[in-house]
Design a protein around this ligand. Sequence first.
Ligand code: BGC
Length: 721
Amino acid sequence: MAKKFIEDLVKEMTLEEKLGQMTQLSPEFLGIDPTMDLTGPMNEFNVQPQWLDKIGSTLNGYGARQLRAIQEKNMKESRLHIPILFMGDVVFGYRTGFPIPLAMGCSFNPDNYEKASHIAAKESAASGLHLTFAPMTDLVRDPRWGRVMESTGEDAWLNCQMTKAAVHGFQGDDFKEKGRIAACVKHFAGYGAPWGGRDYNMVDISEGVLREYYLPAYKAAVDAHVAMVMTSFNPVNRIPSSANQWLLRDILRKEWGFEGPVISDYASVDETISHGVARDGAEAAQKCIQAGVDIEMMSTNYLSYVSQLLEEGRLDISLIDEAVTRILELKDALGLFENPYKDASEEDEAALHRCSQHLQAAYDIAVGCPVLLKNQGVLPLGPEVKTIGLAGPFAGCEKTEADESLYLSLKRRLPYANIITAMTEPLGSLQRGIKDVEDQVQAAAEALKDCDVIIAAVGECGEDFGEAASKTCLRLSPNQERLLWALKQTGRPVVMIVHSGRPMEIYPVMDCADGIIQGWHLGCEEGIALADILTGKVNPSGRLTMSIPYNVGQIPVHYNAFNTGRPTQGKDERYISRYLDCPNEALFAFGYGLTYSRFEYSAFETQVLECEGCCPDETVVARAGITVKNVSDRTGTEVVQLYIRDIAAQVVRPVKELRGFNRVELAPGEFRTITFDITREMLAYWNNDGEFVFEPGEFDLMIGSSSADVETARVTIGQSR
Ligand code: BGC
């Protein structure tokens, strides 16, 4: 039941006022031009001047001064003085830049994701924002898709932990409080599975796969009381998400009990016409409202056609009233009726943005994200390293003036070292391979040939990943590869740092480097975080949450693949499920990552607890324990991982699924016993009768340091033996 004042307000509103609440436009339409980042096609939509004082929310306008001015105007000029809700994309930090979510995933550290989200909430709230379009929890298995960088990776279970952490980080226990903002989980549903990795493309997934892999993280957000849900651009099984009643009403509302508003993605109501499921704007509005989209982002079909649809009896006014009620309830929950400006404050902006405490947190979080992929005795750089060669476009030029480059960070950490740079021009035609740079490459190798070590900071720049940045080739640019080969020819040890928003195809240049760090993009503290890992001040602890393929032809390659009737048995046989020219497994698998320490695992122990199939889902049915010891002379962090496999079920099950992890920091010689509790829920799967079931039987429990390096124990659970 809505509060009385909201019920009364809805009764008092004209149809146009209601539809204004159900429409989101960028602030430029409201006559003010804050700094904006518009991501969609610039449709010329028919915005009528009389709508403008009725618009319920804006997107991607930021800044306390500008947003206060918009709100002030609205509170003065609109008839019912309903506050505007300011929304925007705060995805990897606001002014203090944090690692991209894929890198955050690799930290296997939900607490850090929560901290980063909290800081982003504080900073953006001071700039007048009320809600962020985050977290993006789309499961990703195809690095050709440019937006894998916005997800925490390929595993549903890990994504659920990260999603809950992010939602709580933004919202706290009550997003009305100062320094908190509402969160909007996106993109519901399955946006991470477009055909061929091409953005905005078709998604066609069986219900079992959707339920077990693609939906859980959105549900985790709903269970964590996320304020809003955004639909996706793609169709799910041939119906665009914004017009998909099964997704939005049956699953989201009825099954999961979500009560907040649903917003379309950018112009995706309009796009139902391009998808060919609506003949015109009127039908687009009708279908999306019937499906349950409460707010139309950046198109105006609701305002243009709902009146006609009501007159023709094609829509029921109760659907409009329900939608408006949900939107007003969110505004009320944010406290906007009492204080329409919430935390917007220029003083707080000055005090909070990139304050030393936030920068320290950005550093602490960033150092946990890089993944050490290869180390043939070259890292960490020892005191004997006096001359360092630094090459590649990420050595120093991609950083803003305020962010310290890798070059400056190395200088700060190693004041005695001589650092020689070569070919550090930013990515552009030069680095992309359009221009022939053979001469520069040779000159760079010549300049660095006497260095004790060469660091090559290579990868892809911001424009090459993210939205609408799909690729068919994931190799480094030809000029970067050429540079790496030339550096290898010097005979000096080479460390390659891969700065990318997606797993890249590094196999062809693997041999050029003695050490490889998957550095991702780490935000404003990237330079110093990497310098500290290179010099050993920090021991790397990141683990991959997205498999790195040998080549594009292997995609999708993810660790939790289904078994086939003809799996490889390790023998060289012809008629089995495999490629002739490449292994089935990834080059670097999910969960993989080296450190400067060495850990030893004891034999692992299992305990099956009595269960006759009668206990509730959360009940622990088995335990698995293992002792891990640091057998090196350096303190380090091991990420101990638990996987399970159901040996026989009604439907085909994956060869492994992550069900637990534990980051443990161990001093030299220190050991710790890690125990994982296994519940019925962790062993359940979506069966052909359309339900999650736990079936007693045999399971493999696996513990290890990556999905490709585990010890296995077979247990029988839930059956009297
Ligand atoms: C993206 C969303 C984003 C929205 C608003 C869309 O193009 O898909 O993730 O929240 O724009 O900027």
